[in-house]
Design a protein around this ligand. Structure first.
Ligand SMILES: Cc1ncc(COP(=O)(O)O)c(C=O)c1O
Length: 357
């Protein structure tokens, strides 16, 4: 008898999530694999973190992250009671599943999408089902609704494809879905519109946001969730009591009160997104337009497969993401948008690799 026999069978059977690599020595490596922001947080946000790092750290943080909720509500035209704050938006995804999903119940999402949903559903003892995107990458509304899922996840713009389905199809899904619809807007700030206005009409909608991408704060772990006050009250019951630390709350509040400071960073990422998409397409890759801070590029025909591209780029100090275990993604690389200088290096390296073919 081993202690491992006492581990829940569902946990033993789980593969577990494999995050993108976080190399320890970043020197001489260009990191384009986990969609972080290539720019540092604005100085005023760093100052807010430093300002909160004092003797008050002996105290627990505000349990419901009230200052952050107030700032977020103000920024989005909602009430603080409609906002939840998470230790990263992944924490909110966990909170949502804890709120809705009992053992054996169904969770659904279009495929391919964010690969964390399945492990989180597994932890909950739920059943994760996927529905392929329609041929034109529109949302398979009826097929998703027909799964009968307690929770349906839609990422907009989607990861790893970068496309954003029309908000009208999200609204249609909210009308037809028997349970909650989660609109995961981790990349929403790089997109032209967002789902917040839909909240007024759809009581089963939850919108989530991340501070890890547009806000340059992946290291602090902050996320937001928006929904009705009634549903938020239920969700508060299942989160960790102090799920967001005091430094993260200080940073998030400062960021939300100074959104203008982020506009140039977001604009710079969008410009390099256009540049990279065009440059890849000129080099024989197929990179559809992206609304996020990454592009998903199909590799050119040739002797090099996706894994070889990953390794050849890595040998030149560039880390990108390759989802080789997904049948629809074996010939594609997901490349985060970096600074203009990082994109210069990437394109020069790609040219060298193509020449050596
Ligand atoms: C679609 C999607 N949702 C959520 C997250 C998690 O974000 P956070 O760092 O806020 O937990 C990611 C991170 O890559 C993501 O791609």
């Amino acid at each position: 008898m081993s202690i491992l026999d006492s581990v829940r069978p569902g946990v033993r059977a789980m593969a577990g999530y494999v995050p993108g690599e976080q190399p320890r020595g970043l020197k001489r490596l260009i990191k384009l694999n986990t969609n972080e922001n290539p720019y540092p947080p604005p100085q005023l946000v760093l100052d807010a973190i430093a300002g909160a790092a004092d003797e008050r750290l002996r105290l627990y943080p505000e349990p419901t992250s009230l200052p952050v909720r107030e700032a977020a509500a103000q920024a989005c035209g909602l009430q603080p009671e409609q906002v939840l704050v998470g230790n990263g938006s992944d924490d909110l995804l966990t909170i949502i599943l804890r709120t809705f999903v009992d053992s054996g119940e169904t969770v659904a999402a279009p495929d391919p999408t964010y690969s964390l949903y399945k492990p989180l559903t597994d932890i909950q003892g739920g059943r994760f089902v996927t529905v392929p995107w329609n041929e034109d990458f529109s949302l398979p509304v009826d097929a998703l609704a027909a799964t009968g899922a307690k929770v349906i996840f839609v990422v907009r713009p989607n990861a790893p494809t970068g496309h954003a389905v029309p908000l009208s199809s999200v609204a249609e899904l909210c009308r037809k879905a028997p349970g909650a619809v989660v609109l995961d807007e981790a990349y929403g700030d790089f997109c032209e519109d967002n789902g917040i206005p839909l909240l007024a009409e759809h009581a089963n909608l939850i919108v989530t946001r991340s501070f890890s991408k547009s806000f340059s704060l992946a290291g602090l772990r902050i996320g937001l969730g928006f929904t009705s006050a009634e549903l938020a009250a239920q969700m508060h019951k299942v989160r960790d009591s102090y799920n967001v630390d005091a430094l993260a709350q200080a940073a998030a509040t400062a960021a939300l009160e100074n959104l203008d400071a982020y506009a140039p960073l977001i604009q710079a990422v969008k410009e390099q997104r256009t540049r990279l998409t065009e440059a890849l397409n000129r080099r024989g890759f197929t990179a559809p337009p992206s609304q996020a801070n990454f592009v998903l590029a199909k590799i050119p025909e040739g002797r090099r497969d996706g894994k070889a591209w990953l390794n050849d780029l890595r040998a030149e100090g560039l880390i990108v993401r390759y989802f080789g275990s997904h049948p629809k993604l074996t010939d594609k690389l997901r490349i985060s948008i970096g600074t203009p200088e990082e994109m210069d290096v990437l394109l020069a390296v790609i040219d060298r690799i193509l020449e050596s073919n």
